[in-house]
Design a protein around this ligand. Structure first.
Ligand code: 3IO
Length: 339
């Protein structure tokens, strides 16, 4: 009797030891390696920059087996559109999404993609932008690590009043930033610069009569409620970058860095493809449920509109050259990348 209970105690201890060891073995990697990262974004959650952010978060958490955990902050809750770049450099957020058009003078090389060069969709624009960045590694990004880049689809005029001719657009207050604003100005409109999130209120108050951007915002931002007319111009993209604090990136284990870098081009392609699909859905929804009129310019009118834009590229080359940049090569490369 005494002997038997001695053995059962030993056996119990042995089992307990085994179970506890197992717990440690299985938990140790996760416990030792949990890396928490904050990711700031400026527009509201349903918009494409935030949808791509959530996709990236899911992929990173999956591919690092939960070693990395990403906390996302849409809607400017951590950093707003214009404080994003410096906020990430300063470490207020580990990761952030910037729209380069909001600081045109700061991102000269990558903003060349917003010139009217004939980019046909977001997928083409996104990959060309990333290739351009990889080739030139512009100074503007020396204090951050680029995790991906992407672009929206070519711009169209969304307005409260129909725009069918250059006379119609003359002097019209339309919201646009960076390269897109240059295009609007060349057509004779009055571009009003502001980040996308401010546009909702500007349209409601009537400060602007419309905007110039990609058409997914008709649905995602519900602009179709206020802008009942779309003029199909199909030119000018807005380039975006997802950037990470340099010191924070350097502190990551090599296998995590590899996951991030392996995702760079894939994420660009994913986002461009997603955007192009959203555009089609938004157009159908605007026509079918919102009674939006889509205006195509006649061939003769289109030639007039295009003719107004030719000087923009020459002007950009001249200015960029003065800043010591290989401007002609940059334009030539973009044209090659979008073929
Ligand atoms: C954009 C920015 C934030 C949310 C949705 C968006 N769709 C297109 C853009 C491009 C842009 O930044 C702009 O200002 O038109």
């Amino acid at each position: 009797m005494v002997k038997r209970s001695f053995f059962s105690v030993l056996l119990t201890l042995f089992f307990l030891f085994t179970i506890v060891s197992c717990l440690f073995v299985f938990q140790a990697p996760a416990m030792a390696g949990t890396i928490d990262l904050n990711y700031a974004n400026f527009p509201p959650a349903p918009t494409f920059p935030c949808v791509q952010m959530e996709r990236w978060k899911v992929e990173v958490e999956k591919r690092t087996n939960g070693q990395v955990s990403i906390k996302t902050f849409p809607g400017g809750t951590l950093l707003g559109a214009k404080e994003m770049m410096d906020g990430v450099i300063a470490g207020q957020a580990d990761i952030g999404n910037i729209c380069m058009a909001y600081q045109p003078g700061r991102f000269i090389v990558t903003n060349a993609t917003s010139l009217p060069l004939g980019i046909k969709d977001a997928k083409t624009g996104s990959l060309a932008l990333l290739k351009l960045y990889e080739k030139y590694k512009p100074e503007a990004f020396k204090d951050v690590v680029v995790l991906t880049m992407f672009a929206n689809a070519p711009g169209n005029v969304m307005s409260k009043y129909p725009v069918k001719t250059l006379d119609d657009i003359k002097g019209m207050d339309l919201r646009a930033s960076g390269g897109a604003a240059q295009i609007l100005k060349a057509w004779g409109a009055n571009p009003v610069g502001m980040p996308m999130p401010a546009t909702v209120e500007a349209l409601q108050k009537g400060t602007v009569k419309g905007l110039f951007s990609s058409l997914e915002v008709m649905k995602d931002n519900n602009f179709a409620e206020m802008c009942k007319y779309v003029t199909l111009t199909e030119t000018g993209i807005y380039p975006f970058a997802v950037i990470m604090n340099k010191a924070k990136y350097a502190s990551l284990p090599e296998d995590v860095k590899k996951v991030f870098m392996d995702l760079k081009e894939e994420q660009s392609l994913w986002t461009g493809t997603y955007m192009d699909e959203q555009i089609q859905k938004s157009i159908a929804w605007s026509k079918e449920t919102q009674n939006v009129e889509f205006i195509s310019l006649s061939a003769a009118e289109k030639a007039k509109w295009d003719g107004k834009l030719s000087f923009i590229i020459d002007d950009w080359i001249k200015t960029a050259k003065e800043k010591g940049l290989p401007a002609e090569d940059i334009v030539k490369d973009i044209k090659a990348f979008i073929q």
